[in-house]
Design a protein around this ligand. Sequence first.
Ligand code: SF4
Ligand code: MG
Length: 323
Amino acid sequence: SKRFETTDSWVDRLRGNRRYLDAVEDVSVSVERGQTLGIVGESGSGKSTVVDMLVGLEAPTSGRVELDGNPVGTVADRSAEQLAKVGVVFQHTRGSINPRATVRDVIAEPLFESGWDADRRTDRVDELLELVDLSPTHADRRRHQLSGGQLQRVAIARALALEPAVVVLDEPVSALDVSNRAKILNLLLDLQEQLGLTYVVVSHDLSVVGHVADEVLVMYAGQVMERGPTETLFDRPSHPYTNALLDAIPSVSGDTPAASLPGSVPSAVDPPSGCRFHMRCPLAEPECRSETPSMEAVDDARSRCHFASEIAADSDDDSEPLE
Ligand code: SF4
Ligand code: MG
């Protein structure tokens, strides 16, 4: 029989995935059972750090991080049982899968680490393959024999192996083409309904997050710029950065070039004065350079902009049908 090859634990693997930590401040995150929280932002926005806090690799310096109504501790504080409650689909799926291991062994990794015997592992992997719509013939393949979509299904099956309550998905479809994106997102929605899963979906792409999330948190330079129900953010955004992310979504046919913001995210370690978005904001006023906006409620959303209410009112006008 073949030797089971285990790689580093998922914690080591996740640590290895992170080159640096972005500073984040004042971020409170809570996810309700059975719901999906989307976190969106460009690279450097701090969204990966929020993921690290959720899975317990980092403790929040300020703010609260809760999953399922309970504050999350760090990995060091958590029991093996608590750790198993969070499944993770890593950002770079190909890199998170051992090239020498078969699909069966990759999916069985968490089971192996939790001490399941070979017979139980086999049965559970068979169930998981079916759950993610892979055929039994995929079980003996290796990484190089799988398409991007199949690899993502393997990663999802592995994340679900120990029946986690919460699954964190970091850029779950960014490596896939458009048709595979829709298939994987729809699979995730089916699994959520079937298994009552709670998701945290992280992406630089607001359209991905909008497809699956109930609530969205828009991050920029280590701060939350806007948060609210997905519908509100799409129909009535109240922050210029959310507007810019919405403008960057290509049309369905893909023939309209996506508008994108010039420039890049400033450092969250040494942030600019005033509003952190002021250098790139099309609506910036002189006061934005000196006065730091705080989060304010705009109906059922919250926004960090001096002009949040006016912007929300404006986007409401925009959405009125033409006469
Ligand atoms: Fe733009 Fe000023 Fe609002 Fe910041 S506070 S997002 S710079 S308008
Ligand atoms: Mg990232």
